[in-house]
Design a protein around this ligand. Structure first.
Ligand code: FMN
Length: 271
């Protein structure tokens, strides 16, 4: 396993199932502030910042497998092995090597955006709240995650006004737009000047669960949040699907190469 500490990103644990490796990857831009960067999980063993004492509780808190009894047992064995080898320090902290990771960005944000324009996607409105507290934004970063249980994810820019209310809501909806709903996409992308609850017109209703539902959508999924993980500029919000609407027929709205338009009416059927 490896603890990854990158600038402007919360600590994360890679490969928690790998008990044979144990190290810290530290963004080299954090070198001069290494003590503060390490603080959520560890403290340096010396001024040289080549090794750190990592708190086992911090690893448990970061591990995506922490609820798995087999992982908990194996992690306990790893801690015991480290102790038997003399690799433990204050309060059972485990010694880890620190690798400095170069902060090179060979792909600029514009290069990245241009590359992603070549990926055709659908367009949805992600929405939450009731009455005057309703908030919604246009999103194309939406994908299926799991069928059992049914889960989806959306990526929400943290700088948007809709981000905080939607990413902390107890329930949210994903309303997939039909080919006739370019105007809805523009409204919820802030292009018509409408903000907050003013974006919602009489095509919207409230689901039994409390999330706004676009009655004219191509398809709506209502979700409860499972996790919200910060990744760079965005939050990856994963939701479990608790209800779906009836689907409408006809073209969907597509986002491709910087343009939104209806898909052709007769797509090939995948088996
Ligand atoms: C076609 C299209 C797709 C978009 N996809 C996303 C997306 O996946 N994630 C995101 O955060 N913003 C996306 N946006 C931008 C947001 O819709 C826009 O920033 C919106 O105004 C944010 O909400 P706010 O006005 O409440 O701040 C998209 C915009 C358009 C037009």
């Amino acid at each position: 396993m490896r603890i990854v500490l990158m600038k402007d990103t919360p600590p994360r644990l890679e490969a928690p199932e790998d008990f044979k490796q144990f190290s810290i990857a530290l963004d080299e831009r954090l070198r001069s502030s290494a003590i503060a960067a390490l603080a959520p999980v560890a403290e340096p063993t010396s001024d040289a910042v080549t090794h750190a004492w990592v708190r086992p509780d911090a690893i448990r808190a970061l591990s995506s497998m922490a609820g798995d009894p087999a992982w908990t047992e194996d992690f306990g064995k790893m801690c015991a092995y480290a102790e038997s080898k003399g690799w433990t320090g204050p309060k059972g902290a485990i010694r880890a090597h620190i690798d400095l990771i170069p902060a090179t960005h060979p792909v600029s944000p514009d290069d990245f955006r241009n590359a992603m324009r070549k990926f055709a996607s659908g367009v949805c409105i992600v929405a939450s709240g009731e009455g005057d507290d309703r908030r919604g934004m246009t999103v194309s970063a939406f994908t299926s995650v799991s069928a059992e249980p049914p889960m989806v994810l959306v990526c929400l820019n943290r700088s948007t006004s809709s981000h905080d209310p939607i990413s902390t809501a107890p329930v949210f909806s994903v309303n997939i737009l039909s080919g006739l709903q370019e105007d809805v996409a523009l409204t919820f992308a802030g292009r018509t000047g409408l903000r907050g609850a003013d974006r919602f017109d009489d095509q919207w209703t409230s689901s039994e669960t409390g999330a706004p539902v676009l009655t004219t959508s191509h398809q709506t999924l209502v979700c409860t949040p499972i996790s919200a993980q910060i990744a760079g500029t965005h939050t990856v919000l994963i939701g479990q699907v608790i209800a779906t609407s009836d689907a409408s027929e006809g073209p969907a709205l597509m986002n491709y190469d910087g343009v939104i338009k209806a898909t052709s009416a007769a797509p090939a059927t995948l088996q």
